[in-house]
Design a protein around this ligand. Structure first.
Ligand code: ZN
Length: 493
């Protein structure tokens, strides 16, 4: 296709998606010309277009003209910069969001989500390649699983370049607000087409954006204005509930503030939110008590020890959550290996989640401890070694709510595992780590549902990892210890 026709197609796409208006046509066309070092543009009638294939064609054009080389990061920078030409300025996005918010909060987030999707900030064709399934567990109900193949992998040439590249501290991290419009580098993602929305939580400025990796529906990130470390305290509960007031149809949660039990980014205070029904929401209630006629406190049948508090008063919930958090931070029960402080500092923390349900605020407080021992150098309450072939990384907010994010390598390994079980190929070093799955399914080689059985096995191993992370185990000893902690909380309220 002629480059002129291609540009016409992008303009039509931008118009159809509301990224630009009729008033922007000539201006945007001219910006595209400058970007591609062209001199002339001719308007053409466009009957149809295919955005993703048009984008691939544009990338090929850029390679032909030597604007970019073969590396992934150059391609990402090129695409983000080009798409930015079709984007409103940050103030226009904020304005449109605010206007719609006054009509209906859902309309505002829908607008912003579609914008982040249509400008290809969310690279949805890549996330579509993720493998997703649901596992029906007898004990805990449904568990959701995803093999995540959408995060860009680097080729060896890029890794070599990466070693030589100079490190700079701008933007300080991939979450900072300074990423908006940032070109990108080999060691920092391309963010030309990135936009964020300013909101207020607990009388402080925060920013709202979507995650480019979209682990679940409308996966969003809420980040503090300052680049400051993750922290869980009274203000966290206030912020989470303020967010629920702003967007009642979204849940929001925070990763814990300690390594091993926290997320991958501990140096920038942030939360994750979205429009997704996580398995933990449906966890069976084990015990329930109403405190002072105001707050319902329940324990849940869940692999991780979880306390749920519900009520209509935000203030009372914040008070109760803070009391539970403070009590937990100093709680010791050596019979079940819970030690609050060692020479390495504090070990107890929580992963909090907030939602609005049936007219009440709901907070799930998941008790965590990040202590390590000689027996468990990766964490006493972290997925143990026998689970690492499936999941070795931190069990963060998303996982502890019942959605596994599993490493990309598993897509290939599980496919090969099937061939090993069927006796079609020999087991190799890489696949040996999955010996337990092979042993369990060795009599199923002719089962037409072998694929499903492998996914089931994988899920049950992940679930075992979640149970490893539970501070009070599901057995009698663990539940008695959990009850002892709950009694202490009740006394204090
Ligand atoms: Zn930052």
């Amino acid at each position: 296709m002629q480059i002129n026709s291609l540009l016409n197609r992008f303009l039509k796409y931008g118009l159809d998606k509301g990224l630009i208006s009729e008033l922007d046509i000539e201006y945007t066309a001219n910006k595209m010309l400058a970007f591609l070092k062209l001199d002339e543009f001719k308007e053409e009638k466009v009957d149809s277009y295919d955005f993703l294939s048009d984008l691939s064609e544009l990338v090929e054009y850029a390679k032909d003209k030597d604007f970019i080389g073969d590396s992934i990061y150059e391609k990402e920078i090129f695409i983000a910069s080009f798409m930015d030409l079709l984007m409103p300025r940050p103030r226009e996005v904020q304005h449109q969001f605010d206007v719609l918010y006054n009509e209906d909060p859902k309309k505002a987030v829908d607008y912003f989500y579609n914008l982040s999707h249509d400008n290809y900030y969310i690279q949805y064709d890549k996330t579509a390649k993720n493998v997703k399934w649901t596992y029906k567990s007898e004990e805990y109900g449904n568990i959701h699983l995803t093999i995540n193949v959408s995060k860009p992998e680097k080729d060896p040439k890029e890794i070599a370049l990466l070693k030589k590249s100079k490190s700079t501290s701008y933007p300080s991290c991939p979450l900072c607000k300074e990423n908006v419009g940032y070109l990108g580098r080999i060691n920092h993602p391309a963010r030309s087409n990135h936009r964020i929305i300013k909101i207020r939580l607990n009388n402080e400025v925060w920013y709202f954006q979507y995650s480019p990796y979209a682990y679940y529906n409308e996966h969003s990130i809420v980040l503090s204005k300052e680049h400051r470390p993750m922290v869980i305290n009274k203000n966290t509960f206030k912020c989470l509930l303020d967010f629920i007031d702003l967007f009642p149809h979204y849940f929001i949660g925070s990763n814990a503030d300690l390594p091993i039990v926290g997320g991958s980014i501990l140096n920038h205070d942030h939360y994750q939110a979205g429009n997704y029904h996580f398995p933990i929401e449906d966890a069976r209630v084990l015990s329930e008590v109403v405190l002072n006629n105001e707050i319902t406190l329940s324990t849940l049948k869940w692999p991780l020890s979880t306390i749920r508090i519900r009520g209509t008063s935000k203030e009372k919930l914040v008070e109760t959550a803070t009391l539970i958090f403070d009590t937990w931070c100093n709680y010791q029960d050596e019979n079940v290996d819970i030690i609050a402080y060692t020479n390495n500092g504090r070990h107890n923390t929580i992963t909090p989640i907030a939602r609005f349900k049936d007219g009440k605020y709901e907070l799930d407080l998941i008790l965590r401890n990040n202590r390590i021992s000689e027996e468990y150098p990766d964490g006493i309450f972290h997925a143990h070694r026998d689970v690492h072939h499936i999941k070795k990384e931190n069990l963060g907010l998303i996982e502890v709510m019942g959605l596994a994010i599993l490493p990309a390598r598993l897509k290939k390994e599980l496919a090969l595992l099937k061939d090993v079980i069927k006796g079609e190929i020999q087991i190799d070093e890489q696949l040996k780590q999955h010996q337990s799955i092979i042993d369990d399914l060795k009599n199923e080689k002719n089962n037409p549902k072998l694929d499903e059985l492998i996914l089931e096995k994988t899920a049950s191993i992940f679930l075992k990892g979640l149970s490893d992370a539970g501070v009070f185990k599901g057995d009698e000893k663990g539940q008695q210890a959990f009850n002892k902690f709950i009694e202490l909380i009740k006394q204090k309220i």
